[in-house]
Design a protein around this ligand. Structure first.
Ligand code: HEC
Length: 373
């Protein structure tokens, strides 16, 4: 027995146990930082090594999220350490990194009550992001209403493509990247592009010598983002909220530096504490009885081009006649969260500010009257 302990396997095992202990101590909830003068542990934010204008492993242009992380760490008196992870599979990365304690925060998560809740909690929002119209300067196109009769470049399988599909008088030109859309504008193959604003702003600044106007589009195509933390890190979230409260000018300077289109209405000023996002008052609780007729009309006017006339839709994930089956007792909550936040990256717009709480209730009443049993 004594002999086996000296074998390599035995040593490896002991190292593993020690390593595990170190990992657990670092990640464990409520593990207090020692009061002695030991160096503060680094604030580690997960960041994509190649996702400008947000983050980059290239020191000369670290990106908005990395610079923000550094500034927050400075405020908290801790060194900053990015943990590089590609964010293409954001949810998977959050499970593997954030929830496993390998980083403390994940910057840029949508302010969406349903996004990996309750395991992930969000800081106050600090930035508004979304789709934008890109046009050569001086064309007179300033909003979606000016697109009638025009050729508009959109990326394949994005919310703008879905939106334009319902507009008979707009000719969509499908492209594979934001850069391709902007080249089409230069080559006269399109009159406007309707693409992800942050990428367009960054390319405009770094590749196209500011040739274009990049105009943010609200209308359900923009949302706010914050920093995600594992639920157990609520104390850290509070500290970060406090740091963020004074940083609006810093964030604004960063948006200019990285060419992000400035939204017409800035993100709500973050307050020092709390910061739980709540759906608009009334939307979730209203018990107003509706018979479905008004909702039916509202639905066909606003939702039918993606969810089918009268909510008859063959594609399963867009079939709203399955809501009751899918969500059971939580159908109202699931509905309200989805319509008031959207699932922008999946093509479902955010309708808050466009339809009222009463109108949401009317639409839900209609949908509940047509559920499959
Ligand atoms: C531009 C297209 C588009 C429009 C317009 C649209 N939706 Fe959606 N919606 C989607 C897509 C795509 C999904 C599926 C998202 C996903 O896969 O999670 C969806 C999902 C939903 C869901 C969640 C379904 C589920 O089973 O989880 C609800 C609820 C919903 N939409 C309601 C509405 C309502 C109400 C309207 C009108 C006010 C509307 N949508 C308009 C594209 C759209």
């Amino acid at each position: 027995m004594r002999l086996t302990l000296r074998t390599r396997a035995g040593r490896a095992k002991r190292r593993l146990v020690l390593g595990l202990f170190a990992l657990l101590s670092a990640a464990g909830p409520g593990w207090d930082r020692p009061a002695r003068a030991e160096p503060a542990p680094p604030l580690r934010f997960c960041a994509d090594p190649d996702n400008l204008p947000f983050s980059s492993a290239d020191e000369t242009t670290p990106g908005l999220y990395v610079e923000l992380g550094r500034e927050i760490a400075r405020e908290l008196g801790r060194p900053f350490q990015p943990v590089w992870v590609p964010t293409f599979y954001a949810k998977r990365q959050m499970r593997m990194k954030l929830l496993a304690g390998q980083c403390d925060g994940f910057v840029g998560l949508p302010d969406d009550a349903g996004f990996m809740a309750p395991r992930v909690v969000l800081s106050n929002p600090f930035l508004r992001l979304g789709y934008a119209l890109v046009v050569p300067k001086g064309t007179g196109i300033a909003s979606l209403r000016d697109l009638g009769g025009r050729r508009v470049a959109v990326q394949f399988s994005t919310a703008p493509q879905d939106l334009l599909a319902s507009q008979a008088d707009i000719q969509a030109v499908t492209v594979l990247s934001v850069e391709e859309a902007m080249r089409d504008l230069l080559d006269g193959k399109a009159d406007a592009a309707f693409v992800w604003g942050a990428s367009a702003g960054w390319l405009n600044k770094t590749r196209f010598e500011d040739a274009f106007a990049v105009i943010p589009v609200e209308e359900g195509m923009a949302w706010t983002v914050g920093i995600g933390f594992a639920r157990e890190q609520d104390a850290l979230r509070g500290q970060v909220n406090q740091a963020l409260a004074g940083m609006a000018p810093f964030v604004s300077a960063l948006t200019t530096k990285y060419g992000l289109p400035q939204a017409a209405s800035p993100a709500p000023a973050p307050g020092p504490g709390g910061g739980e996002h709540k759906p608009p008052a009334n939307a979730a609780e209203s018990s107003r009885a509706a018979d479905g007729a008004i909702g039916h009309k509202l639905f066909n006017e606003n939702c039918a081009h993606c969810h089918g006339t009268d909510a008859v839709q063959g594609e399963r994930r867009r079939n709203l006649r399955l809501l009751q089956r899918r969500y059971g007792d939580e159908v109202r909550e699931a509905f309200m969260t989805t319509v008031t936040h959207g699932r922008i990256n999946k093509g479902m717009p955010n309708w808050s500010g466009i339809l009222s709480a009463d109108e949401f209730n009317e639409i839900l009443a209609f949908l509940l009257s047509v559920q499959v049993q």
